[in-house]
Design a protein around this ligand. Structure first.
Ligand code: ZN
Length: 331
């Protein structure tokens, strides 16, 4: 599960990948879920970082909890702290070996929380969204991407409209479709082999908890709304299983956080975020893209943060597309 952060400053962001703590431990392989506390060692690279713990059933890190997956399976979970973006990926090999990765993006230059609630005091203003893209000149030259290592065999998805904010209730479905369909092209290229297929509205729940936890996998790929308690715009939970040596996604859900305002047209975007852009970013996670640097790769869709009132990232950058092409191939 990965999330997208609100980001309103036009100044240079200070994103960083702070840690990639990898720990491994042998657990019982006879049962699908380990039932006894397994020997588990962590090697945090810095003393001030939070520890990864394992009670034999769950792995916890910085407020995130994921259940230890069955052998050959894995799950990525993430939640946003007040200072950034945190994820936890737990993979278990067919032999039972656990590999835990954490990924921490900090944004120390402003307080997003005040921004999030500023709309409650603000007068309604006619603010027109900006189509300016950060580092626009690099959109079709920056080839950088990062891969999570999994692949969707096909991308059949559903929309659950329950809880949609009034401002976008009638336009959300088409904006979500537009954001999803933007996955297949960039910079004049449009030959990606994976083609998303919208399968209609559903009452099946988005299996993302309000706190940003992965709460289950019904095998159906659902996007919908959640009154999230964390400072995230969108959150994606992705489950994968190793089949013939390859990580294959068995379900991926995305929650959109109604604690923030969204817009779908370019008018009256004050303190709101572009739904289409948020969806495109989250879909990138579902398809196997990881974040790239907020500062070094500013033109990419897969930077951790998005600015309010920006429609500049409704299309993939070259690096985003190359990452997908490397995973899915092109026609
Ligand atoms: Zn993200």
């Amino acid at each position: 599960m990965r999330n997208l952060l609100p980001f309103r400053s036009a100044s240079a962001p200070t994103s960083k990948v702070a840690a990639l703590a990898t720990v491994a431990a042998a657990v019982a392989v006879s049962a699908g879920i380990a039932t006894a506390p397994a020997a588990f060692t962590t090697a945090a690279p810095h003393a001030d970082e939070q520890a990864v713990t394992n009670d034999g059933q769950n792995i916890r890190y910085a407020g995130l909890t994921v259940r230890i997956p069955a052998a050959g399976e894995g799950v990525q979970a993430a939640a946003q702290s007040t200072s950034g973006d945190i994820s936890l990926t737990v993979t278990r090999s067919a032999e039972g070996k656990l590999v835990v990765k954490t990924d921490d993006h900090e944004h120390g230059d402003e307080d997003h929380g005040d921004e999030a609630h500023a709309d409650e005091q603000a007068e309604a203003q006619a603010v027109t969204a900006s189509s300016a893209r950060p580092a626009a000149a690099k959109t079709c030259t920056d080839r950088t991407y990062a891969l999570a290592g999994w692949k969707l065999p096909s991308f059949k998805w559903y929309y659950n409209p329950a809880g949609a904010p009034a401002a976008v209730r009638t336009t959300a479905a088409s904006a979500i479709s537009a954001g999803t369909n933007a996955l297949v092209k960039a910079c004049g290229q449009k030959n990606l082999k994976l083609v998303p297929a919208y399968s209609g509205q559903t009452k099946a729940a988005v299996q993302v908890g309000a706190a940003g936890n992965c709460i289950g996998n019904d095998g159906r790929n659902v996007i919908g709304w959640r009154a999230g308690s964390g400072r995230w715009l969108g959150m994606t939970c992705t489950y994968f299983k190793t089949i013939n040596g390859k990580k294959t996604v068995t379900g991926t859900d995305t929650a959109l956080n109604t604690q923030y305002k969204f817009f779908t047209t370019t008018k009256n975007c004050n303190n709101a975020y572009d739904l289409q852009s948020v969806v495109l970013h989250e879909r990138g996670h579902s398809l196997g893209l990881n974040h790239v640097s907020q500062s070094a790769n500013a033109s990419a869709v897969m930077t951790p943060a998005l600015s309010a009132c920006s429609v500049g990232k409704r299309t993939l950058g070259l690096g985003d597309y190359r990452g997908l092409a490397a995973t899915y191939g092109t026609r």
